[in-house]
Design a protein around this ligand. Structure first.
Ligand code: FAD
Ligand code: SF4
Ligand code: SF4
Length: 478
């Protein structure tokens, strides 16, 4: 072990510099800067090089964290990058947007009393440095295979699978209904968490590797869409990585009023504007509005912080439980508060006021009750707890369910779970249809980028084995 490690006893934890709230409210640029080389070295050296690294165990990719921390602490950054990219297709993206407090850092053994190693920020620093120095290269296949794989969905699951399959030599075609590559990385997650050129440089590498993208190509049974069976006929294997997009609805009187909008429509419009697209003036735009966001997850946090940047008059987040029981990341709530978001805890919407267009939210004050079977505290209404919050725009951020793929694609053979996610064999990732595999949110339900990457990589390995096990005569030439 390097002498430079174990410095956590003398070196306090430090995150990379964060821009001042007043400054970051004005733009959609990332709020954290990269570590300086000296900071990255000294922060990496805080690691105690555990024999059983709980950080790695709790990283969905099983990243070899202690090794790349030790290499970074010694300034051996190219080697650190090589170790880091061996298990993670997009380390610079995970370093930016993984909820580290619930994953690697939340399980770092030095946390108690000393605060965890800043694993995510170091991971980001290593790969950003690798890009700056030209160390990140497309993994070109050693042999070209005739076999062809069609991937539906250019989100992190589809892209991670594409990268692995292409590296093995398969001909890889990725289809997406959107006009840009990245899935929720591009149209869901705002630029202040993940700048869009970070995603675009990965697209370029995949293209250099030989992955073929078909954009504006929706799979479905509608007009202008590609039929699922037609796609199957073109490829030896198909991977479905379509994510989950059906927004959970909110009921109650007035829920159909104009000005009540789904979170993803709102975020997509904002991301499109940031990318330079022209949208009708005022459409899904919070400028000058009193905005109420309903929900307590990461999507709600992205909406409130987007509304602040658009210049909303006021931004409130209504959540039916309290701060301690909200699903969103603690770090993101803090960032939102710094930027001027007001949280109204223990408030459940009952209905919406307005004449044609929404003008307010009628909400019920709640209180925490006894823990339920899962240990989570139940909630119950406070007597006489009704109140009204002024709103010209209400954003519904209550989560997502899968779209009904068998119905939309007219393929009854594709079996789903009772939640609507695609059923797969847990080892092979194969669906109920032979040669059709699935990965990412469409299998797990709404989850995380790091899990989508993991599933994409694992599914790619299984597809590769499945193709190799078939009689070679059945391989299709593209
Ligand atoms: P997606 O990223 O959803 O990609 C699916 C792709 O499939 C899309 O490009 C879609 O256009 C395409 N597609 C769908 N249907 C079709 C079709 N019929 N034909 C062709 N193409 C199709 N996770 C984190 O780890 N950290 C975060 O900070 C974070 N923030 C988030 C913020 C928001 C607002 C949202 C909504 C999610 C966030 N997540 C976050 C979750 C994360 O984005 C997802 O778990 C992840 O993107 C799932 O990856 P995926 O590849 O399975 O699906
Ligand atoms: Fe932590 Fe995510 Fe990186 Fe794993 S991929 S080490 S969970 S930041
Ligand atoms: Fe280092 Fe913390 Fe991981 Fe231990 S758990 S190896 S101290 S980062």
């Amino acid at each position: 072990m390097s002498e430079k490690m174990l410095s956590f006893v003398s070196v306090p934890q430090a995150q990379p510099p964060k821009r001042q709230a007043d400054e970051r409210r004005k733009d959609f640029e990332e709020i954290y800067e990269d570590f300086s080389p000296a900071q990255a070295k000294v922060q990496s050296s805080r690691c105690s090089q555990c024999g059983v690294p709980f950080c790695s165990i709790h990283c969905p990719l099983g990243n070899n964290i202690p090794d790349w921390l030790m290499l970074a602490a010694n300034g051996r950054l190219e080697e650190a990058y090589n170790v880091s990219q061996a298990t993670n297709t997009f380390p610079e993206i995970c370093g930016r947007i993984c909820p580290q407090d619930r994953l690697c850092e939340g399980n770092c053994v030095i946390e108690k009393g000393f605060e965890s190693v800043t694993i995510g920020a170091v991971e980001r620093y290593i790969t950003d440095t690798a890009f700056e120095n030209g160390w990140v290269k497309p993994v070109l296949p050693l042999v070209e295979l005739e076999s062809s794989v069609g991937i539906i969905g250019a989100g992190p699951a589809g892209l991670a699978a594409a990268e692995r399959l292409r590296a093995t030599g398969h001909q890889v075609h990725v289809y997406d209904r959107h006009d840009r590559v990245g899935g929720l990385l591009i149209y869901g997650i705002p630029g202040f968490k993940l700048e869009k050129d970070i995603v675009a440089r990965r697209q370029k590498l995949l293209e250099e590797q030989g992955v073929v993208f078909h954009l504006g190509a929706a799979i479905g049974a509608g007009e202008g869409e590609i039929a699922f069976e037609e796609l199957r006929g073109k490829h030896d294997a198909v991977l479905v990585a379509t994510g989950v997009y059906k927004a959970r609805e909110i009921g109650g009187p007035g829920s159909g009023l104009a000005g009540i909008v789904p979170a993803l429509d709102y975020l997509t419009a904002s991301n499109r504007r940031s990318l330079g697209d022209t949208l009708p003036e005022g459409e899904l735009d919070a400028t000058g509005q009193d905005v109420v966001v309903i929900g307590g997850g990461d999507t709600a946090m992205d909406c409130v912080r987007t509304a602040i940047r658009q210049g909303a008059k006021s931004v409130k987040c209504l959540y039916r439980r309290d701060r301690a029981n909200m699903p969103g990341s603690v770090r993101e709530v803090k960032n939102a508060e710094e930027e001027g978001v007001e949280f109204v805890w223990l408030a459940a919407p009952e209905g919406f006021l307005g004449d044609g267009t929404v003008s307010g939210v009628r909400a019920q004050k709640m209180r925490l009750g006894m823990p339920d079977g899962s240990g989570r505290q139940s909630i119950e209404p406070e007597p006489d707890g009704l109140f009204t919050v002024k709103a010209d725009m209400v954003i519904k951020a209550l989560g997502f369910d899968p779209e009904p793929l068998p119905e939309l694609w007219q393929t009854d053979a594709l079996k789903t779970s009772r939640w609507g996610t695609l059923q797969v064999d847990r080892t092979s990732f194969e669906t109920s249809v032979s040669g059709v595999f699935a990965a990412g949110d469409i299998v797990r339900g709404a989850s995380l980028v790091v899990w989508a990457i993991r599933d994409g990589r694992d599914a790619a390995a299984q597809i590769d084995q499945w193709i190799a096990a078939r009689p070679s005569s059945s391989l299709a030439a593209e």
